[in-house]
Design a binder for this molecule. Structure first.
Ligand code: PGA
Length: 256
């Protein structure tokens, strides 16, 4: 059965001291050898290495929030997958709605990044999600299909073992407005069916699909308790141990 993954996306938040304090608190609460669930944090680039060192030996792994698809070279301001791997990261979040809608990333760019990350042996957390206007127009599933098709173009069945999908309705991100458990389950079931149609029943059964968008301690258990929800991608509530730890505990309590 799919193991829960609770991932914290710190976005462009925290400073060196607060990032380290948070990492240490999470490491203390998630000792190594606890294999009930997977826990990952994605700090801003300048803090990847110190955070990685702070969580060493614990059950917390570290990922990046973005990566550039080119090999190391003359790309001022970008960060290669190689560098991210060199910092001990195990995964990269790609296609986040802020990258899509604020930084203008297209499915084609995201797809290049997916391939670059997989080529270096790291996992991908591929985010997909509709705008409120898409949902209101009844286009949620069409938008999800398009983002899945574009983001995963050319990705083989074997490579899917390194991919996690995160369903993040844009209208629920940072707004305090969470998808209802029914809305989340319906989108997740649709995504799982997409995986079955475009890959195999095996890929659909084993690929983890996280929910993201205003996940908080008081809604985490209900959301993650849905049959097709395999964990959470948490933004705001991942910045404070007193909010992130109860979400981790909720997943531990649900362990399948
Ligand atoms: P939020 O962000 O939990 O603050 O809504 C989620 C995300 O963007 O991954």
């Amino acid at each position: 059965m799919r193991r829960y993954l609770v991932a914290g996306n710190w976005k462009m938040n925290l400073k060196q001291e607060s990032a380290l304090a948070l990492a240490k608190a999470l490491a203390a609460a998630c000792p190594g050898g606890d294999t009930r669930i997977d826990v990952l944090v994605a700090p801003p680039f300048p803090y990847l290495l110190p955070v990685k060192q702070a969580v060493a030996g614990s059950n917390v792994t570290v990922g990046a929030q973005n990566a550039y698809f080119e090999q190391p070279g003359a790309f001022t301001g970008e960060t290669s997958v190689e560098m991210i791997a060199d910092c001990g990261c195990k995964a990269v979040i790609l296609g986040h709605s802020e990258r899509r809608h604020v930084l203008g990333e297209t499915d084609a760019v995201i797809n290049k990044k997916v391939k670059a990350v997989l080529a270096k042996g790291l996992d991908v957390i591929l985010c997909v999600g509709e705008l409120l206007a898409d949902r209101d127009a009844g286009n949620t599933e069409a938008v999800l299909d398009e983002q899945m098709k574009g983001g995963l173009a050319g990705i083989s069945e074997e490579q899917m073992a390194k991919i996690v999908i995160a369903y993040e309705p844009v209208w629920a991100i940072g707004t305090g407005r969470t998808a209802s458990p029914e809305q989340a389950e319906s989108a997740h079931a649709h995504l799982r069916n997409w995986l079955k149609t475009h890959y195999t029943a095996g890929v659909a059964d084993t690929t983890r699909i996280l929910y993201g968008g205003s996940v908080k301690p008081d809604n985490a258990a209900e959301l993650m308790g849905q049959p097709d929800v395999d964990g959470a991608l948490v933004g705001g509530a991942s910045l404070k141990p007193e909010q992130f730890l109860p979400i981790i505990q909720a997943a531990q309590g649900l362990t399948r």
